[in-house]
Design a protein around this ligand. Structure first.
Ligand code: CA
Length: 234
């Protein structure tokens, strides 16, 4: 497994170095940024798995930075742990309101830091890490990238796989073409909505007997449902 990357935004060199050394020692890949401008540059270049963000920074505060990253579609999913000398509840609430996932008051032990980092990684994991999705007889394994129906392997292209993964993660709900474009194709790609129809068609072809599970909801979009499979068989 790849080592999780941690962006450490901390202006005090001694503290930043100590955190970085301890992270490296424990299987993480730290990058240190001493101010918000450097931090922004780092996050623009590579999305880290976790951010440790000092509240008090020269120039723009960690709090403002957290708020900005939360409002940016590209960075909003990155877990943020705020670091601060302040320990009172009002500050803690302000940090969490700004979009931080967790909060650590200085000084903290390496043990506490690692525990909190692992906790936010675990909490964020469902979307990224390995899961098996099962709807009726349809199974999708994100680790092996395999899809099967009634234990028969199906062959899907990468986009159809992502599309199916999204639909199975949010089964029984109707998704508009625009929503699917946003969630499956991502926010940096500009494509037409009818592209979704093309991939839905390919997905149905690949699904074979399970094709009916992908329903067209007129005027609304698409839905993956277990209900159809049940009635078709029963
Ligand atoms: Ca500071």
């Amino acid at each position: 497994m790849k080592q999780p990357s941690v962006l450490v935004v901390e202006d005090e060199p001694a503290i930043a170095e100590l955190i970085a050394v301890n992270l490296r020692h424990n299987g993480f890949q730290p990058t240190v940024a001493p101010d918000s401008m450097t931090a922004q540059r780092e996050i623009d270049a590579v999305l880290p798995d976790v951010v440790l963000l000092d509240w008090m920074l020269p120039g723009e505060s960690g709090l403002a930075l957290a708020r900005r990253w939360r409002n940016d579609a590209r960075t909003k999913g990155v877990p943020i742990i705020m670091l601060t000398a302040r320990g009172d509840e009002a500050d803690r609430v302000a940090g969490l309101d700004a979009g931080a996932d967790d909060y650590m008051a200085k000084p903290f032990s390496t043990k506490e830091m690692l525990a909190r980092i692992r906790a936010v990684l675990r909490r964020r994991a469902p979307e990224q890490s390995n899961v098996t999705l099962e709807i009726g007889a349809l199974k999708l394994d994100t680790a092996t990238h395999r899809v099967s129906y009634n234990d028969q392997m199906l062959k899907l292209g990468p986009t159809e796989f992502k599309l199916l993964q999204y639909l199975m993660s949010h089964a029984e709900r109707v998704h508009s073409r625009g929503q699917l474009l946003d969630k499956v194709w991502g926010d940096h790609v500009f494509i037409e909505e009818r592209t979704v129809d093309v991939h839905i068609k390919r997905l149905r072809e690949a699904l074979g007997d399970a094709a009916a599970m992908v329903e067209t909801v007129r005027g609304a979009g698409y839905r993956l449902t277990a209900q159809v499979a049940a009635t078709a068989r029963g």
